[in-house]
Each structure stands twice: as structure tokens, then as C-alpha cells.
Design a protein around this ligand. Structure first.
Ligand code: ASP
Length: 445
């Protein structure tokens, strides 16, 4: 059977001609890279613009009846510069008339096209350029990615379209981020959605691997703003990734994991600027662990309030937790975590959910649940230590608690989910960085 790699390149990987050259080299260094999914040009430096942001800006200008010429000029200039620079090295790029495409898009925006259509043109143009550069076919995502009449992705129809269309196209560039709805109108995913396009193409083509090329060499074991030079994660399972990203670690669009996870296709996060780095390989959940007794990563979030409730014989009282949770529900408050003991239960609530509702919630809990005691712990942070090796190795929790104790971090709450690959501890916001450092050091120094 033939090998297929689907490679998605993010915005910073295609921000200028120099980055396009790197992408070309990467694609050509492995003939299995048959389907390529580009994002729109991203930032070249920290003060630069992302093309998608500028396209959305054009839309708002039109909506407000303001001229969008100046913004569109910045967009056009960027694409023209990319094509011009590439033409200097690649003769065949001189045949690409990018002005023709830019003019059509400008006319469409003027004529009042939807903001989804406008935003999608960033990926569209990048795919046109890249397909020319690579001599790959261009296949429009509007023919492959299908949304239903409610604007939701129609996975079945998308799968069928990809199988049908791409079985006859050996090598293609497919723009990320968008598809079309039942009325053939362009519809985009949420921001960062090219990751999802790549995953869908990987599943549809039954790829062996989904490569996601970005500007970092994969995931790190901890946030580099807190830990200096944290070690990279070489292999992580989908479940661990889910736990870590839920706790604040971000690299991939959340929805992009599901299509490939279902199909058992691994994802390799790679760095366009350092292609020889291994990056991080995301694999199926049953994958064996090479290193027992260690953890995969640490992540965390600040700013929670914990409501700790105690009531003797809580465990025999019918409907106690239901009452508690319905109070949150009627106040429209989502909770994050609910660790419990025999006579105790705590509600961990993000502060962003609470705005001014805390007093009402406390009153209602006192009235309806009649606890023996109720304590409020404000300014709390949650830290998750994640590792699929945890259920099989002894002493991981002990190591974490010892490290925190030694460093004088007061643990206010402990919760090990039933998945057993995640130990969550609650500490005060002020201890957040110190706690993460202590845990990291105890495993890796
Ligand atoms: N260009 C789009 C964005 O900036 C989609 C993507 O990059 O994945 O959100």
C-alpha cells in the first residue's frame, strides 16, 4: 500500500517567500507528502499583521461603510511580494498572475460578500501560490469540506467528498480553514481551523501520518514562561494531550484531534524552522510507555474560587449533589472540578464564571443544602500533572507532594480523576509558579 502523509503548514511557516522555500524543501524531501494544507500568511515578526486579521478588518470596514482600500493594499502587497520573491529563484513562478486573483477578491468584497468568504481568501491565495511552487494540483476546500445548513461540519459528507475527489488526484494543495455549506456558500471554521482541515484530509485519504508544521518543535513539558528551557515531549497520547490542553497548554485547535484520533492516525507536530527536530508525536491511547515512573507534562490555570462544603452523613442524603449543581445551573455558572470526600464536596469554579454571583450562590447553598460548614477559598490555581505511566508506577503522587512540601507550597486540594493519568492539585495563585517549578524539578533535575 502506498504511504501518504498529509502536511499542514501554519501561518508563520508561510509568512514570506523565505518560509515558502523552507516548506518546498520539506515537502520535496519526502515523496509521501502528497496532500498539503496551508494556512494564510502569519506574522513575520512580533509587530507584523496576520493576513486573516486584515481580511476580517476589510469586512468590518465594508459593513460600516468605510473604505477598505488601505487595508486591502497591505494584503495585496504581502502576496505580491511573496510571488515576486519566489519568481526571482523559480522561473515558473513568473507565470502566476497573482493580481488577477487579488482583483477578483477585492471586487467580491466591494460587492458585499460574506465575512467568511473574505476571511477564507487568505488560505485560498496561499494555496494557489504553494500549488504553483510545488507543481501540485490545487483542489479547493469548498469541494471537500462540507457544512450543514446550521453551519456545523457535516463529517460524513466531508469524508465522502474527500475520498471521491482525492482518489483521482495524486498530489494536491488544499487551502485550510474553510469549506462550503449546503447553499455552496463559503463557511469557515473557528480561528486556527486549518488544523481541522488537515485532520479531515488525513482521515479522508487514510494517511499514515498527519504532520502539523508550526514554529515550535512540538509540545514542551511545561510552560516556558514558567520553566526555563523545559524538555520537549517526544510522544504523547491523545488522552494526555486532551488533559494538558484542557489545563491551558495550547498548540493545536481542539477539534482537530477527533478525526485523526478516531482513525488511529498519529499527528506529528514539527518545526518548519528546524525540520530535523523530532517534534512531538501524538499517538493512540493504548501506546506503551517507554519510560515508566515519569510524567508527560505539567499544565495549570490560575484564578479559581473553591467552595468547600461539609455535612455529616452527606453520603446518605439523597440528591445532595443534584441540589448543589442545580444551584450552579440556575445561576448559569459552569464548574471546573468537583473533588469529594465522605462528608465533603468542593466546587471549583473559574472566577470568570462567577462575576458577582458568588453571594447568591452561597445563600442558596446554605438555604437548600444546609451544610455544617461552608468555606470559600478565593485566588486558587489548579495544576495538572499528566502521565499515562501513572497508573502503573508507584510513588508519583508521593514525589509530587514531597516536592511541594519541601518547597513550602501549601496544597489546598487534591483530585485524581478516574482516568488515573492526571493528578490535579489546588494551590494559592501566589504559589502557582513555585509549585510548577517544584514538580518539574523533582522529575527532571
Ligand atoms: N488563518 C486562520 C486563522 O488565523 C486559520 C488558521 O490559521 O488555521 O485563524
Amino acid at each position: 500500500m502506498e504511504n501518504i502523509i498529509v502536511a499542514k503548514f501554519g501561518g508563520s511557516s508561510l509568512a514570506d517567500a523565505n518560509q515558502f522555500e523552507k516548506v518546498k524543501n520539506i515537502v520535496e524531501s519526502n515523496g509521501d507528502r502528497k496532500y498539503i494544507v496551508p494556512s494564510a500568511p502569519g506574522k513575520r515578526h512580533s509587530k507584523d499583521y496576520k493576513i486573516t486579521d486584515l481580511l476580517y478588518l476589510c469586512s468590518t470596514h465594508v459593513e460600516q461603510g468605510i473604505s477598505f482600500d488601505d487595508v486591502f493594499k497591505i494584503i495585496s502587497d504581502r502576496y505580491k511580494e511573496i510571488v515576486y520573491d519566489l519568481s526571482a529563484k523559480h522561473e515558473h513562478m513568473k507565470n502566476l498572475d497573482i493580481n488577477k486573483y487579488l482583483l477578483k477578491i477585492k471586487n467580491d468584497i466591494e460587492a458585499g460578500c460574506s465575512s467568511d468568504y473574505t476571511a477564507s481568501r487568505g488560505e485560498y491565495l496561499n494555496a494557489i501560490i504553494l500549488s504553483n511552487l510545488l507543481n501540485y494540483d490545487f483542489v479547493d476546500a469548498s469541494e471537500l469540506i462540507c457544512f450543514d445548513k446550521y453551519g456545523k461540519l457535516n463529517t460524513e459528507y466531508t469524508q465522502k467528498s474527500i475520498v471521491k475527489k482525492l482518489s483521482t488526484v495524486k498530489k494536491a494543495v488544499i487551502p485550510g480553514f474553510y469549506g462550503s455549506d449546503t447553499a455552496s456558500k463559503i463557511k469557515t471554521f473557528s480561528r486556527g481551523g486549518s488544523d481541522i482541515t488537515g485532520a479531515l484530509i488525513a482521515r479522508g485519504t487514510n494517511a499514515n501520518l498527519y504532520e502539523n508544521w508550526t514554529d515550535v518543535s512540538g509540545f514542551l513539558m511545561a510552560d516556558p514562561r514558567i520553566i526555563k528551557d523545559p524538555m520537549p515531549i517526544e510522544t504523547i497520547t491523545y488522552r494526555e494531550l486532551r488533559e494538558l490542553s484542557y489545563m491551558g497548554a495550547t498548540v493545536l485547535h481542539e477539534d482537530s484531534v477527533f478525526p485523526v484520533r478516531e482513525a488511529g492516525i498519529p499527528i506529528n507536530i514539527k518545526n518548519t524552522n528546524s525540520p530535523n527536530d523530532k517534534g512531538t508525536l501524538i499517538v493512540g491511547d493504548t501506546n506503551p510507555i517507554e519510560k515508566c515512573g515519569t510524567i508527560t507534562g505539567i499544565a495549570g490555570k490560575k484564578d479559581f474560587t473553591v467552595i468547600a462544603i461539609e455535612k455529616t452523613l452527606m453520603n446518605t442524603e439523597l440528591g445532595f449533589c443534584r441540589k448543589l449543581l442545580s444551584i450552579l445551573e440556575s445561576n448559569n455558572v459552569v464548574f471546573e472540578n468537583m473533588p469529594s470526600g465522605i462528608d465533603t464536596v468542593s466546587l471549583v469554579i473559574p472566577d470568570s464564571q462567577l462575576d458577582n454571583k458568588l453571594e447568591t450562590i452561597i445563600d442558596e447553598i446554605n438555604r437548600q443544602c444546609k451544610p455544617d460548614s461552608l468555606e470559600i477559598l478565593p485566588n486558587m490555581a489548579l495544576i495538572a500533572t499528566v502521565g499515562r505511566g501513572m497508573p502503573k508506577s508507584r510513588g508519583i503522587a508521593a514525589k509530587i507532594f514531597e516536592a511541594l512540601g519541601k518547597n513550602n507550597v501549601n496544597i489546598r486540594m487534591i483530585n485524581q480523576g478516574s482516568s488515573e493519568i492526571n493528578i490535579i492539585i489546588g494551590v494559592e495563585n501566589d504559589d502557582f509558579e513555585k509549585a510548577i517549578n517544584s514538580i518539574y524539578d523533582t522529575f527532571f533535575k
